[in-house]
Design a protein around this ligand. Sequence first.
Ligand SMILES: *Cc1c(COP(=O)(O)O)cnc(C)c1O
Length: 442
Amino acid sequence: MSALAIFGGTKLRDRPFPAYRVMGPAEADAAKRVVESGVLSKFLGTWHEDFWGGPEVRAFEAAWATEYDAAHALSVNSATSGLYAAVGAAGVGPGDEVVVSPYTMSASAAAALVFNAVPIFADINPETYCLSADTIAAKITPRTRAIVVVHIFGQVVDMDPIMALARERNLVVIEDCAQSPSCTYKGRPVGTLGHIGVFSLNYHKHIHTGEGGVVTTNDAKFADRVALIRNHAEAVVAGKGTTDLVNMIGFNFRLGEIEAAIGRLQLAKSRPLVEARRANVAYLESRLKGLEGLRMPAVAPGASHAYYVHALSYDPRVTGVSRDLVVRALKAELPPTELREAEGPLIGQGYVKPLYLQPLYQKMIGYGLVQCPFKCPHYCGSPDYALGACPDAEKAHFETLITHELMRPGMTRADLDDVAGAFEKVWRGLPELRASEGRNAR
Ligand SMILES: *Cc1c(COP(=O)(O)O)cnc(C)c1O
């Protein structure tokens, strides 16, 4: 009879961890106020004062611009929409390539496809899980138009060398800040480190409005083009006198007034909520950092971290036990989290499969059955989507990365002690895990 729950021992904890709750009475009041006003949206898809949206949208955008020290902040109904608008605003089109990380949520790469361009995946830096100037440079061709960098897990990308490369090659840099609100790089907020930044307000994120997003930029031309793509550009350009018609095929990416009113209140909570995560992570790391074969996430010099997830690097060569078995043993010790019971314990193996391994890229079927944009007659490149294309992303995903969300605000010191206790218990049981894997291998 073993002590480890995976071998039938008693679980370290049964009682669920507390939910992450960020909505309060002020948000409820704001929603009620907007509903009672009768104005749930005020956007007009023509060239008119209301092209810019209603009072809540504008107040939210002004507050966001101030918080992020951005000349322009434009709300959208998701970060996915924001990424599409950003890539469209950058003038990306058929025949172009966009360099992007494979280790991110699918929309970071799909944004290129929407404008008939081809995503080219550059490898991650295994310390930060983000793109680096070197991995990007290796993928630049005469067809490259833009780069989408992702501050993945809340780790801010080392931007200076990337911006130097972009200047040299005349490329537009889009920052996917969905996982990194309230972060800075060398004292400057994320979102305007590149040319265009995109934030998410979906309900998984640090702060949210159910669904929503924000695009930031210091460039008036990009702001103008994002606003058009957000709101039926094709119907607006004539009245507005816009002559650059590239990608002026409008979508409806507009955020509602209720979400904007809630968003303004959420924005005010962003820094304290991110600080609380940092404090929880600091405590957890003080407990975990001595465990053999386990490395805490690096915070790059000059950068800050928002800990959307806590990304631990595990070295199976040190412990002699595979990452997958260690994670299964941890899951067996831990309870689920309230409101997300169906997901089981919020700890897992890797993050998302490197994107080029999705069917979309493996089969290269996008628009129609003619394989556009991958085999578009205007495109003369040949992207590498084969297994092995980005070895560091694959190694992190399939072998070494452990991610968890058991550091969200709402977790008490006692809850964090249980998380650390589960790791310590599993590490004490490493000899048994080694023996069991050895048996199975024979
Ligand atoms: C959540 C997320 C998105 C998409 O956000 P939505 O608002 O759901 O569209 C994009 N990129 C990254 C890295 C994300 O985590």
